[in-house]
Design a protein around this ligand. Structure first.
Ligand code: SF4
Length: 395
């Protein structure tokens, strides 16, 4: 298995997406506190680490922590909005440090839509430059895209543009909007799509990519909305392979280990042939409608065989279908579990710390973001109770 862990290295950002699920907090990291988390992933036997945020390139010690994770044998990846990678020297520096793969996040190739979603002008050009700079520096480049109400009708147009203008991008990741946290939670009406809104354009996009020999993954989309490409569902692949995911959140959640991949199921799911390997509907904020789910009747083992036979997957083991049947029989069908029980919080390692300086920066950031939000017509995230305020007060 190729488990991948996530470390949120910062939680502030130079963009202001109205559906950000991980907005700013008073927690901060230094090199020492990040090293502990890298060591944790190594001790767990993980294959790789994704440096994420907030916007991870804003941490002044990012090259150092990338180098450390690389020296410790992890496959080092990063999710970024690409703004700082538009500087070729910075891309080279991260490549030298050991960055192997970068996911550049782009929602739309329509500059107006992208600016509206990101809350800043000029982000698209810089993200395009990031794609080229990272590739020129020898870093593998993927594109990450959050499916939302404003891009739902042109996911295929995005793909056509990338295939034509950025052929170095070989892998695409689509994430349906997570409506449960941060600003996404309070701006659901503005940004959460109906499943039917993106079904056709997602299908066209995946077909284009498949025909062009690109690989892709899709997260938080129920299988009945991507039946032909069910093998590309992140949840389904994890259910089939029994994989887990650790996220070191730089907030009160701290370390979360996710081992269950089932979300919400509708009435029709009972008779659906894909039910044993489907993550269902990712709905933790009441934003998506279970009535949009519909049963399908294709052999789920065809999907399993496609996943097990995918030699391009880093966790490819060559496992046979018979061996899988035997191991899967001992596992439970994914159940609709509430978020609190879907994840396992592990409080062994402190993730970051809250200092007076961190608190001051957080307060300043919140004031600046309230202005931005008012300009853009979006709401700011709810303030959380800070149970950790009493914990870990270090200068
Ligand atoms: S199990 Fe439910 S959500 Fe999954 S494909 Fe079937 S009907 Fe859709």
């Amino acid at each position: 298995m190729a488990n991948i862990g996530y470390i949120q290295v910062v939680r502030h950002c130079n963009h202001f997406c109205g559906f950000c699920s991980n907005p700013t907090t008073p927690y901060t990291h230094d090199l020492e506190s990040m090293r502990v988390l890298v060591d944790d992933l190594v001790d767990r036997g993980y294959f790789g680490v994704v440096m994420t945020g907030g916007e991870p390139t804003l941490h002044p010690e990012l090259p150092e922590i990338v180098a450390y994770a690389s020296e410790r044998g992890l496959h080092v990846r990063m999710i970024t909005n690409g703004w700082r990678l538009a500087d070729r020297r910075f891309a080279d520096e991260l490549a030298r440090a050991g960055l192997r793969l970068v996911h550049v996040s782009i929602y739309s190739v329509d500059a107006d839509v992208e600016a509206r979603l990101r809350g800043v002008e000029g982000s698209l050009e810089r993200a395009f430059a990031a794609l080229d700079n990272a590739a020129a520096a020898g870093v593998e480049v993927n594109i990450n895209s959050v499916i939302n109400r404003l891009n739902a009708d042109h996911l295929d147009r995005n793909v056509r543009y990338f295939l034509k203008n950025h052929p170095q991008v070989r892998h695409f990741v689509w994430n349906n909007l997570d409506p449960s946290m941060g600003r996404a939670e309070v701006n659901q009406e503005l940004f959460v799509p109906r499943l039917a809104d993106f079904e056709l354009s997602l299908h066209r996009a995946l077909r284009l990519l498949h025909r062009a020999g690109r690989t892709f993954r899709v997260e938080r989309v129920p299988l009945c909305y991507m039946t032909e490409f069910a093998w590309a569902s992140t949840e389904t692949r994890k259910i089939i392979k029994g994989e887990e995911r650790v996220v070191h959140f730089l907030d009160d959640k701290q370390t979360v280990r996710q081992t269950a991949w089932g979300h919400i199921y509708g009435d029709g799911c009972e008779v659906c042939s894909l039910r044993p390997i489907c993550g269902g509907l990712f709905d933790q904020g009441g934003a998506y409608d279970p009535d949009e789910l519909h049963p399908v009747f294709i052999d789920h083992e065809r999907v399993v065989a496609a996943v097990l036979g995918d030699a391009s997957d880093p966790s490819f083991t060559g496992q046979t279908l018979d061996a899988w049947r035997e191991s899967f029989a001992g596992r439970a069908t994914p159940e609709p579990v509430p978020r609190e029980r879907e994840t396992m919080r592990e409080a062994l390692i402190p993730v970051g710390r809250i200092t007076d300086r961190g608190r001051r920066l957080f307060a300043a950031k919140r004031r600046a973001e309230a202005d931005k939000a008012a300009r853009l017509g979006v709401a700011v995230e709810r303030e959380r109770e800070r149970a950790a305020d009493e914990r870990d007060e270090q200068p």
